[in-house]
Every structure is written in structure tokens, then in C-alpha cells.
Ligand binder design. Structure first.
Ligand code: CP
Length: 301
């Protein structure tokens, strides 16, 4: 694996191996990446992605160079391009985890980097490592990655992790997708065209409760204020799809609710102790999946 910029690059066999490795790393620490350096370069806010990558690297004996808030603390403030920044950092580190607010930045970085670039979210583009850990969570919690129904809910137009997972699931057998959103936040055509090309069954609806009754996986998203062009529109949309505790009673036995987090009101706190709620476990699985990614990329596997 050289760069990891979008989920379409991966096939089922590569993911099967990655997940097997992730599971084997549960509860483990080793020194397999001793002497290796990971640079985490974040131009946009993050809690889970940056810290879980750094934790993963440290659990494997590696070292971390961390630049949070790079929009303000890096030399981009002096006009340095992302290409020049990457050409510098690739001499300092063995891999670079990059989050940026502009779509396509990971590809631009990969085009010039001598070391692997891992896309940790590029604007409203993709967030592939999140999609991997979402799928890993599905495998762990419902026991399969084929033959299930998934409902993507809320902000499908701007939510890069949902876009990445939809692209990824197109590789699996008999995964039926339902996109539940207000008309303003519908899944974009690039994803829908890809699904049509791959003969994936999907439908669009505004009916959350009807969809929750039949879904094996409910993937809730945040109506991210930072991506909605108009504040009044954000206020109108943000309370439209809130999952409450009574709504979980209509879910199938064994069905799960996942969410990449952070949440901002779209899952009520009383849902957290429902047996269907696995989103905090999902965040914890992120460390295992990112350990497996780092071992695969940096040669410790
Ligand atoms: N899920 C996710 O990407 O979270 P952070 O923004 O906290 O990294």
C-alpha cells in the first residue's frame, strides 16, 4: 500500500486481511514500528482521528510528530502550498496522516510525497480510514459484511465518512442502502452514479422510522454546521432526524446504530445504554483498525 486516499482503491480481500490483523491486535502492544515516525498534520479539527492514529503508532512502538490546528500554526499562514509543506515533512517522517478542509488535498499531497499519505478527511470529499473502522464495527457487531440493510441518515450531501462507506460497501454482496435525508441533504450524484454502475440496490426516503424497522445498521450523521452554506438552513435541518430511545424499540433484534462522532444532538443521550447503540465501541475499534493500517503501510505486518 502506498497512499490511502479513497476507499475505492481497496478490495474485499485486502479489507479482510486488514480486519483480521486489527482483531489480532486487540489488547496488544508491540515494538514492530520502533524507529518509525508518523507525522499527523491536521488543518481541520479532530479528536478521534488524530488521537487514535497517534495512540495506534505509540502502541506499535513508533514515534509521532503532531501538528494540530495547522491552518494557523503551520507555514501555510505565510503562503506555503500544501505541496511544498509535504515535500518538507516527507523528509521528517515515514508516513503522513493529513486532514484538510479542501476536497482533493490528499490527492495533491500524494502526488508529491515520497512517503505514504493517509487521508484523514479532505473537506466534503472522503474519510477512508473512518469507513474502514465503520465496516469493521459492522463486521464485529452484526457478524457479517455481506447481506445486510444499512440506513444512512441525516447529512448525506456533506458527510465525507458516509460517502466513503457507501463507496466501500458497493464492493460487498447484497448490501441494500437506504438514504434518509431532507431533500437539501441528499446523497450526491457521484456516489449514486457509482452505486448504479455497480448494480447496488439503494433508495432515497424521508421516512426514518419506517427505515429503522427494517435496517440491520442505522448510520446516523451530524448536520455539520461547518459545511452547510447558510446558517438559517442549518437551523432548519439540524433537528429533523433525531434518534430517541423510543425509536430504538422498533429496531430489529441485533440491529445496530453507528455514528462516526462527534454528535451534536442527533442521537439523544438516553439512547447510549440501548443494546443497539455501538458508537462508542466503534470509536474504540478505530485504534485497532488504525494500528492495522500503520502496520500494513509501514511494514510491521
Ligand atoms: N469521526 C471523526 O472523524 O472524528 P474526529 O473529527 O474527532 O476526528
Amino acid at each position: 500500500m502506498q497512499h490511502l486516499t479513497e476507499t475505492q482503491q481497496f478490495d474485499k480481500e485486502a479489507l479482510r486481511k486488514l480486519f483480521e490483523l486489527a482483531t489480532s491486535l486487540e489488547g496488544k502492544r508491540d515494538e514492530s514500528l520502533k524507529g518509525k515516525i508518523l507525522a499527523s498534520l491536521f488543518y481541520a479539527p479532530s479528536t478521534r482521528t488524530r488521537l487514535s492514529f497517534e495512540s495506534a503508532m505509540m502502541r506499535l512502538g513508533g514515534n509521532v510528530l503532531s501538528m494540530e490546528n495547522a491552518s494557523e500554526s503551520s507555514s501555510s499562514m505565510k503562503g506555503e502550498t500544501i505541496e511544498d509543506t509535504i515535500r518538507i515533512i516527507d523528509d521528517y517522517a515515514d508516513a503522513i496522516v493529513l486532514r484538510h478542509f479542501e476536497v482533493g488535498t490528499a490527492e495533491r499531497a500524494a502526488a508529491v510525497s515520497e512517503v505514504p499519505i493517509i487521508n484523514a478527511g479532505d473537506g466534503t470529499g472522503q474519510h477512508p480510514t473512518q469507513a474502514f473502522l465503520d465496516l469493521y464495527t459492522i463486521q464485529r457487531e452484526i457478524g457479517r459484511t455481506d447481506n445486510f440493510r444499512i440506513a444512512f441518515v441525516g447529512n448525506l450531501a456533506y458527510y465525507r465518512a458516509a460517502r466513503s462507506l457507501a463507496y466501500l460497501l458497493a464492493k460487498y454482496d447484497n448490501v441494500r442502502m437506504t438514504f434518509v435525508s431532507a431533500p437539501e441533504l441528499r446523497m450526491k450524484d457521484d456516489v449514486k452514479d457509482y452505486l448504479k454502475e455497480k448494480n447496488v440496490r439503494f433508495e432515497e426516503t424521508e421516512d426514518l422510522e419506517g427505515t429503522m424497522r427494517v435496517a440491520d445498521v442505522v448510520y446516523q450523521t451530524r448536520v455539520a454546521e461547518e459545511w452547510i452554506p447558510n446558517h438559517d438552513e442549518y437551523e432548519k435541518l439540524r433537528g429533523k432526524y433525531v434518534i430517541t430511545r423510543p425509536m430504538t424499540d422498533i429496531m430489529k433484534e441485533g440491529a445496530i446504530i453507528i455514528h462516526p462522532l462527534p454528535r451534536a444532538g442527533e442521537i439523544a443521550p438516553e439512547v447510549d445504554d440501548s443494546p443497539h447503540a455501538v458508537y462508542f465501541k466503534q470509536a474504540a475499534y478505530g485504534v485497532l483498525v488504525r494500528m492495522a493500517i500503520l502496520k500494513t503501510i509501514l511494514g510491521g505486518a
